[in-house]
Write a protein that binds this ligand. Structure first.
Ligand SMILES: [Zn+2]
Length: 495
């Protein structure tokens, strides 16, 4: 009988868990779908500045839903504002873009405001529960000077996420002041990250989490445990949309970091990092995932259902790894000093800002060379039986880039010409020209032509030949298959 009762009890527990998972899945699905309705239409790409979000905050002044407060000034004198919404007991502080070039969650925050203002869309009960049980304090774009330059660090050249202890930046003083004054129960530290793999898998980490450690021993107290539980909940939801593409940072303690210190000061802190999703350079899909994951987590905070999640499942999430490149070329035959050998090439396409950091172009480098069999490329070329070579410089010199753009690039590439030279008096830099839409590598006047075998540290421009015939041209890290040519898919470089 005893056994029977306990079995029945276990059965009931299981049923409850199953139904709560089903409920949070259902909520997440609906949030994912409704995002398009509430997406802030004025933010469409990542290099927006504070001037672009100020009108979005100003238009909410006087709206009884919000209380808007100036909480201080950046080093360069930009006013930083906090938007308060809700009247509940549980206080949640969410800040974005303490690194100026990490704006995905800033976009998602304005989508969340639009959503909170909505009605008659099936979410009225959700909003009522959320705003009755929680008070949300949003600080979008904590580092506006960095955002102005699209750089990680503040105007002072300091990484404010290593300034939580010393607090030499006004932005860190502001954040510490808010944590001290509000004593939030929960904190969301919202970032973007570079390209990582999810563990050792070929998949790139689209969202990574961290339940920051408050000591070197990586202890788990109830404050940190709740952070793990929230992450476990968000991971389950995200797996439906980005299977295998959620990861977590190693939980080493960083005594200078805000995440680590906020956790130490007693606020349950969740770090969310928006990573990479192939085919989403402006991170609009990842923005939608942020919207869904954050609102789902807030729901779990509002009814305390986060405590149903098992903290140990946190460790089932793979760690961020360095196992994936944008492009891997496999098994290329390299000819050097009259000998030949096989090598793989790992290539990444890096964004470089221009036009006052309102735009970017890609610059691609060979970042590793040799055996890369444990690594993967988001894009891969099998170069078995192909020989890698530098391309040749076309003998004609051109006056400007627009002359080059009129050339038949396919014909040039077929003949092994990857480089085109500009006249010595061409002033591409003065004109702000750094790249070309032509699939060619343009050499500015006076630039020496690259020589030797393509290798480590070189710009990723080369050809792959099969039986003496060019099969692939790789120009600035973009691959062109000459048998199936699409010249508009990449970006050439002016170097
Ligand atoms: Zn960051």
């Amino acid at each position: 009988m005893r056994i029977f009762v306990s079995k029945l009890f276990f059965f009931c527990i299981t049923l409850t868990t199953v139904s709560s998972i089903a409920q949070s899945d259902e909520l997440a699905k609906r949030l994912f779908e409704v995002h398009k309705t509430y997406r802030e239409g004025s933010l469409t790409q990542r290099r927006f500045k504070q001037k672009d979000i100020l009108p979005l905050i100003a238009r909410r002044q006087g709206n009884p839903l919000y209380k808007i407060e100036s909480v201080g000034e950046s080093f360069e004198g930009r006013t930083i504002q906090m938007i308060k919404v809700g009247n509940g007991k549980k206080k949640v502080l969410l800040w974005t873009q303490m690194h100026g070039d990490e704006p995905t969650a800033t976009m998602a925050s304005f989508d969340i405001f639009n959503f909170l203002e909505g009605k008659n869309d099936g979410f009225d009960d959700y909003r009522k529960k959320l705003l009755e049980n929680t008070t949300l304090y949003f600080v979008p774009m904590l580092n506006p000077d960095g955002a102005e330059r699209y750089q990680r660090r503040t105007m002072q050249g300091i990484d404010m996420n290593r300034d939580a202890a010393s607090r030499q930046t006004p932005e860190a003083v502001i954040l510490k002041g808010l944590v001290d004054r509000l004593k939030p129960d929960f904190g969301f530290n919202l970032h973007d990250q570079m390209r990582y793999s999810a563990g050792r898998s070929p998949k790139v980490a689209t969202i990574s989490f961290l339940a920051t450690s408050y000591d070197y021993e990586l202890s788990i107290n109830p404050v940190r445990e709740r952070s793990m539980q929230l992450i476990v909940g968000m991971n389950k939801i995200l797996q439906k949309y980005i299977p295998g593409q959620v990861a977590r940072y190693a939980d080493d303690h960083e005594p200078r970091g805000f995440g680590d210190n906020v956790q130490k000061w007693g606020t349950t802190l969740v770090l969310i990092e928006s990573g990479v999703y192939v085919g989403d350079p402006e991170k609009q899909f990842i923005r939608q995932l942020n919207f869904m994951a954050i609102l789902s987590a807030l729901d779990k905070i509002s009814d305390n259902s986060l405590t149903k999640e098992k903290r140990d499942e946190y460790y089932d999430i793979p760690e961020n790894g360095r196992w994936v490149y944008d492009l891997v070329v496999r098994n290329a035959t390299v000819r050097q000093s009259g000998k030949s050998f096989l090598a793989d090439l790992g290539i990444n396409r890096t964004e470089v800002n221009y036009a006052n950091a309102t735009k970017f172009f890609y610059y691609s480098k060979i970042e590793d060379f040799g055996d890369l069999h444990p690594q993967y490329g988001s894009e891969e070329i099998d170069a078995t039986g192909l020989t890698i070579e530098k391309g040749k410089v076309y003998p004609t010199t051109y006056k400007n880039v627009s002359e080059v753009s009129k050339l038949n690039a396919l014909n040039l590439l077929r003949e092994g010409y990857t480089y085109v030279r500009l006249a010595t008096d061409s002033n591409t830099r003065a004109l702000g020209l750094y790249f070309t839409t032509s699939p060619l590598h343009i050499l500015r006047g006076g630039q020496a032509a690259p020589s030797g075998t393509p290798g480590l540290g070189n710009t990723a421009t080369f050809i792959l030949k099969k039986a003496g015939k060019v099969k692939y041209a790789v120009i600035n890290g973009f691959v062109y298959d000459l048998d199936n040519f699409n010249g508009g898919k990449g970006q050439g470089i002016i170097e």
